[in-house]
Structures are given as structure tokens and as C-alpha cells.
Design a protein around this ligand. Structure first.
Ligand SMILES: [Zn+2]
Length: 474
């Protein structure tokens, strides 16, 4: 298929540092942008781009799709106690996994995203079905998906620092899978599903240092090198994890991950809040990407990632929504807004603050870089893959006419996404997903859930006393 988008507004072709805009025609041929220039000869389907803004698609660079089933549910709690709830109320049916992948894809697409990185929580004992169900959902919608099965080889009980205690806070209620089992699952998943040409990429993604052995990291590095896969993990999301790293390695988690070779230009790490200046330097020299999840970090009281410091050190930073139970939505534009203005309170020198154009660049090009795909996506340039989003500048939320990118980032855009292409395929037209019956999705999500009036987590009850003590709260 080919398309000509006529007379559409784009950021000044000289780059995001400029403030201007240009009115051009943009042609898509097959999966690529084939031309960008004023008044091109029309080819294929002609689309009226007047009063519309065209941008490269953003990357929702860290989420956990199945948390959709727990959004709005968990009370305000810090990460470790929030996780106890998540653990107790996790969805257990592959059909739910499929539906929450659809919901995550839809919300990402309708807030400017064309790619999702799903750090997919696996149903214990039904890991392969979980992965199959999520991939079925992403294939059906047509969003570009990086599916990163969330793996670990240590029991949940190990995630809290021990402090002065000799034993973990929880009795290990179930044994963790062995390292060999986890790596075998990954090997099978890669062989069965990794297919970048079809928009499905498998990512190696140990959950983080808190629940993973060095052997698991080493196995993931080997798989990633052998199959040219991206690497992902959580990193230093909470102060408890910083303490745990010291207990476990006697050094910072970043130093340890650098030593075992997990960092690098194909590695993106979610959160990165509790890092020292030396850690930031290591992130820069290894060209590791930081995925900033501002809504989740605020919701869980995790802290404020030093994003301005990262930028000054030359670290690539992009944005994620994180899972829906800690956000509690998948609105990428909301993550961009909070993720840019949040940092104004961390640095008195306003010249260091993020501008709306820098924010857009971090979400699109920064996202592509974090997936080692900046040569393929993330920019409006001839030859790039056509992952594009067209915004309707006559939407009430984007009026009156001021600076389109300024208002898109700093405002509260609603129903602003008019069309989306992923790999040249139209996925959204006139603000509607065309690949999926969203009325049916609403019905299915409604039918498979219920209102919850009281919630009690036995795991949290077991953990809370120790948590308060170790964190100096008792
Ligand atoms: Zn996460």
C-alpha cells in the first residue's frame, strides 16, 4: 500500500532544536517513508493533512500489560508492599493476558505510541501460554511489540533487604524455577516468535538484580548476543533495592551489572532512580538507555529519577507508562507531560529543563535508540520505517491554535490522535482502531471483571512488619 499525506505540518526538518514547522507532503510506500517534500505528485491513497501534525511514533518503553486487570485497585503503597498485592491478585487465565495486551496496545496507540515494550508477567506454570496469548493480541492489533517475558530464578521472598536479620522476610512459599528452566523457556520463545520483520521482537528481560542470579543474567547475555536481541530489566527503582544490592554484591547494582557485561547499547533499564554520579557515568560510557516511568515512580513514592543529570552526562532517556497497576493507565502523552515538567523542581537552572520538542525526541528517537533501532525508526526521514502518528490540531484539546508540539506535551490532549501507521500499515483511522472491534473488547473486559470493594493481601500482611523495620519506619 502507498499513501500521500498532503500539506501536513511537521517539526522543522532541521531538527528538534529549532522551533519552526514546515508544511510538506509525506509519502509512504510499503513499510517505509519514501518522500518528504512540498507538493509531491500524489501516489496511492491521498490523505488530507491540513490542520494536522505528523510525528514519528513514540515508544511505550516499559510496561506490564497484564496489570490492566489490577489498575485502580491497589492502595497507595511503596513498591515492595504494592508488589505483594500484585502477587496475590495476579490474573491467572491466558485469555485475560490476551485481552490486557489488546487494551495496552489500544491505549498506547491512541496516545501517540506505535511500539510497546511489554515486560510480560508470566502465569506460574502456564508461562508458554502467557507468552502466546500476549503475542496473539499484539499481532491482531498490529502494534510493533517487544515482548520481554519477565523472568527470575529466585523466590519472591528474596526481594527485601534483610537488614540485621539472617533470614528473608517471607517464608519462600513456592520454589522459583531453576535457571536452566528459565533459559530453556527463553530459547524456545525466541525460536518460536522472534520475527522483527513481522513486528514481533523477543527481548531478554530478567526482572532485576533483586530476584535474579548472575547465572541468569549470563544466560540472557548469551541469548541476546547469539540472536541479536535487546536486553531489558528493572534497575534501582526503590531505596530498598539499593540496600539489597549492597547486601548482595557489596557494590552498586550498576557497577555489578557493568562487571557481568549486562549493560550496553542494546540494553534499556526501567526506572534508574537510586543511582550515584559514578553509576550515571557507567550508564553513559556503556550507552545504556534509561526508561523513565514518572507516573509509576510518583504513585509508588519511589523517587524522582535524575533525568536532567542523565541528559547532561549523555545517557539516552526515553519514557514508559510502566504497568497499569502503578500508573494507573497507559496514556503515553500523560507520561511525557509529567516526565518532562517533574524535573523542573530538581534543578533551579531553568536552562536545563526539558522543552516539549526535546521531550518528543526522547519519546520517539530515544525510544528507538533504546531498542537499537534508531537507524530504522524514530525520525521523520526518507527511508525510515513508517511508524507514524497524525494528530488532529482541530481537536478541542489542541485549540486555540498556539504551538502544536508545546500544547501536545504540556496540555492534556484527548482524542487528538487521528491516524496511526505501523510499518506502513494503517492501524488507526479517524481516531478509531481499525484492526480490532473495540466495542467487543470493552464488553470482554467488563464481563471478565467485577467491582472490588475490599482488598486484603495476605503476602503484604506477612511482609509489612519487616519492611517497616528495615526501612526505618517502625
Ligand atoms: Zn516495571
Amino acid at each position: 500500500m502507498s499513501y500521500t499525506i498532503q500539506q501536513v505540518l511537521i517539526p522543522s526538518p532541521s531538527g528538534y532544536q529549532q522551533s519552526g514547522y514546515a508544511v510538506v507532503d509525506v509519502q509512504i510506500e510499503g513499510d517505509r517513508i519514501s518522500a518528504i517534500a512540498p507538493q509531491l505528485e500524489a501516489q496511492g491513497t491521498v490523505i488530507d493533512g491540513r490542520n494536522k501534525l505528523l510525528l514519528p511514533g513514540f515508544v511505550n518503553a516499559h510496561t506490564h500489560s497484564s496489570e490492566l486487570w489490577q489498575r485502580g485497585l491497589i492502595p497507595p503503597l511503596p513498591l515492595e508492599l504494592w508488589l505483594a498485592h500484585l502477587y496475590d491478585f495476579t490474573p491467572l487465565e491466558p485469555e485475560q493476558i490476551y485481552l490486557s495486551a489488546l487494551g495496552t496496545a489500544v491505549e498506547t496507540l491512541l496516545s501517540g505510541g506505535t511500539t510497546v515494550v511489554d515486560h510480560l508477567v508470566l502465569i506460574p506454570g502456564r508461562e508458554r501460554e502467557t507468552i502466546a496469548a500476549a503475542i496473539r493480541g499484539y499481532r491482531e492489533v498490529g502494534i510493533r511489540a517487544y515482548v520481554a517475558p519477565l523472568i527470575q530464578d529466585e523466590p519472591f521472598a528474596m526481594a527485601l533487604p534483610k537488614g540485621d536479620h539472617k533470614t528473608p522476610a517471607l517464608a519462600a512459599s513456592e520454589a522459583a524455577p531453576t535457571t536452566a528452566e528459565v533459559l530453556e523457556l527463553m530459547q524456545d520463545t525466541i525460536e518460536q516468535y522472534h520475527c522483527p520483520e513481522e513486528g514481533i521482537n523477543i527481548v531478554v528481560a530478567p526482572t532485576g538484580i533483586q530476584l535474579c542470579s548472575d547465572a541468569l543474567f549470563a544466560g540472557c547475555i548469551e541469548l541476546s548476543d547469539r540472536h541479536n536481541l535487546c536486553r531489558h530489566a528493572h534497575l534501582l527503582e526503590s531505596q530498598a533495592q539499593q540496600m539489597l544490592a549492597q547486601e548482595k554484591y557489596g557494590c552498586s547494582a550498576v557497577k555489578h551489572l557493568a562487571e557481568i557485561g549486562y549493560l550496553g547499547s542494546r540494553t534499556s533499564l526501567a526506572h534508574c532512580i537510586w543511582l550515584t554520579d559514578a553509576d550515571i557515568e557507567l550508564m553513559a560510557t556503556t550507552q545504556t538507555t534509561v526508561v523513565h516511568n514518572p507516573l509509576s515512580n510518583l504513585r509508588l513514592g519511589s523517587g524522582i529519577a535524575p533525568v536532567l543529570k542523565y541528559r547532561q552526562a549523555g545517557v539516552n532517556v526515553t519514557f514508559g507508562c510502566d504497568g497499569s497497576a502503578s500508573n494507573d493507565s497507559q496514556d503515553l502523552l500523560e507520561a511525557l507531560k509529567i516526565g518532562s515538567i517533574l524535573h523542573n523542581v530538581t534543578d533551579r537552572d531553568y536552562r536545563n529543563w526539558l522543552t516539549p520538542r526535546e521531550t518528543i525526541e526522547m519519546a520517539a528517537l530515544g525510544g528507538a535508540k533504546g531498542l537499537n533501532a534508531a537507524d530504522q525508526r524514530g525520525s521523520l526521514a526518507v527511508g525510515q520505517q513508517a511508524d507514524l502518528v497524525l494528530y488532529d490540531l482541530t481537536s478541542l484539546s489542541l485549540l486555540p491554535r498556539t504551538d502544536p508540539i508545546g500544547l501536545l506535551v504540556l496540555g492534556r490532549p484527548s482524542q487528538a490522535v487521528d491516524r496511526v501507521w505501523v510499518n506502513g500499515n494503517p492501524i488507526v483511522t479517524d481516531g478509531q482502531i481499525t484492526t480490532l472491534n473495540t466495542t467487543q473488547l470493552r464488553q470482554d473486559l467488563f464481563n471478565q471483571s467485577q467491582w472490588v470493594s475490599n482488598l486484603s493481601s495476605p503476602t503484604m500482611k506477612e511482609m509489612e512488619v519487616r519492611y517497616r523495620e528495615v526501612m526505618g519506619l517502625s
